[in-house]
Design a protein around this ligand. Structure first.
Ligand SMILES: *Cc1c(COP(=O)(O)O)cnc(C)c1O
Length: 388
């Protein structure tokens, strides 16, 4: 049997359409998009069409889309670029405790260089409060960066409202929309954000390509200095196949977004319902209101046992899930996000994220529930902590 992939929050398989669109740019159309000859023009045309498609998909203007080499780079650019550009105005940044490491560790790094960072708390379901944000804003605050949707527990923040609070005080707003893009329909002008990050490989596009949306007229320092690429805002030869694939994948994802979200949520809901009915002593982490939760996300903490042991056993059964974030699974540190929503430290170690995708089936969900029930029962029987 083929392995069952339930880790779409870590990455997604490349869509067939995106793959086909990319192929010519790996072979005949290999030109450097910045070269002033026929090969260059061919590459430049591919890049400019990709830029227009992405702009159109999120309600931006073409000139507001900047290609990067990852979602991580887009986040770094937004934060460090603003920190450098506005250092005369102030050195205070506001973010949340549950940000992805691309934002969190970037803020930590800036603290070493004299910046002050406020990490807003979240409630038991992972929501940042508008009032907490308002209270944290100071004279010297230059940037607020709050993620659109969380990669571990799927909670969707009220970005438009949070952005309004920042703007009322004249502070710039960035959102890491890496998990949201392709899963939630949004328009950057309606959200009102100044900067937004996305990454192709989270919506069935290729790895190693991202976008930073920078609102027209916004002054920003560069992160990657070099040649005149990206209208002299980001050096480095453009990844032509990558950006072409990203644009096709995003267009494709948005063309069936509602149907796909509904299908994926139906698999997730079936899974959650069965798991809660068959396994005791667990927490279902994240937003309870499904309209405020990514359609693909289910995150559980299983008391008395280790998440790593569950994952190992599921892996043997051909099921690929994750202990939260791919980025921290190599360490034995409990998840910062789970601790922040109040999961006790011991229990946080027993947590697993299942993230579904549009190619998963009901049969895969049912098989996974059966294997999970068996695994949890077996591990608990061996656990000295479990006395029942
Ligand atoms: C995956 C992810 C990133 C990083 O994107 P890469 O393209 O893999 O660097 C950033 N933020 C969130 C919320 C993510 O899920």
């Amino acid at each position: 049997m083929k392995n069952i992939y339930l880790d779409h929050a870590a990455t997604t398989p490349l869509s067939e359409k995106a793959f086909e669109a990319m192929k010519p740019y790996f072979s005949d159309m290999f030109g450097n998009a910045n070269s002033q000859h026929a090969y260059g023009r061919e590459g430049a045309k591919g890049v400019s069409e990709a830029r227009a498609k992405i702009a159109n998909a999120i309600g931006a203007k073409n000139g507001e889309i900047y290609f990067t080499a990852s979602g991580t780079e887009a986040d770094n650019w937004a934060i460090k670029g603003a920190a450098l550009e506005y250092r005369e105005k102030g050195k205070h940044i506001i973010t949340s405790v549950i940000e992805h490491p691309a934002v969190y560790t970037t803020c930590k790094q800036l603290e070493k260089y004299g910046y002050e960072v406020t990490y807003l708390p979240v409630d038991g379901e992972g929501f940042v409060s508008k009032d907490d944000l308002e209270a944290a804003i100071r004279e010297d605050t230059i940037l607020v960066s709050i993620m659109f949707a969380n990669n571990e527990i799927g909670t969707i923040q009220p970005i438009k409202e949070l952005c309004e609070v920042a703007h009322r005080h004249g502070v710039l707003f960035h959102t890491d929309a890496v998990q949201a893009t392709g899963a939630i329909r949004y328009d950057v002008k309606d959200l009102g954000v100044d900067m937004l990050s996305m990454s192709a490989h989270k919506f069935y596009g290729p790895k190693g390509v991202g976008v930073l949306y920078l609102r027209n007229g916004l002054k920003m320092e560069k992160l990657i200095t070099g040649g005149e690429q990206e209208r002299a805002h980001r050096g480095g030869t453009t990844n032509t196949p990558g950006v072409v694939g990203m644009a096709v994948a995003l267009e494709d994802a948005l063309s069936t977004l509602e149907e796909d979200a509904k299908y994926v949520a139906s698999l997730r809901d079936r899974f959650v319902q069965k798991v809660l009915a068959q396994i005791d002593d667990i927490y279902y982490n994240g937003a309870k209101d499904v309209s405020k939760r990514l359609p693909n996300n289910a995150n559980f903490s299983f008391r008395y046992i280790e998440g790593e042991s569950i994952l190992f056993s599921l892996d043997l059964a051909g099921i690929c899930a994750s202990s939260g974030s791919a980025c921290s699974s190599a360490s034995l540190e409990p998840s910062r996000t789970l601790l922040s929503i109040g999961v006790p430290i011991g229990t946080a170690h027993g947590s697993i994220r299942f993230s579904f995708g549009k190619h998963n089936t009901v049969e895969e969900v049912d098989y996974t529930v059966d294997e999970l029930v068996k695994t949890v029962r077996r591990l608990r029987e061996m656990s000295p902590l479990y006395k029942k």
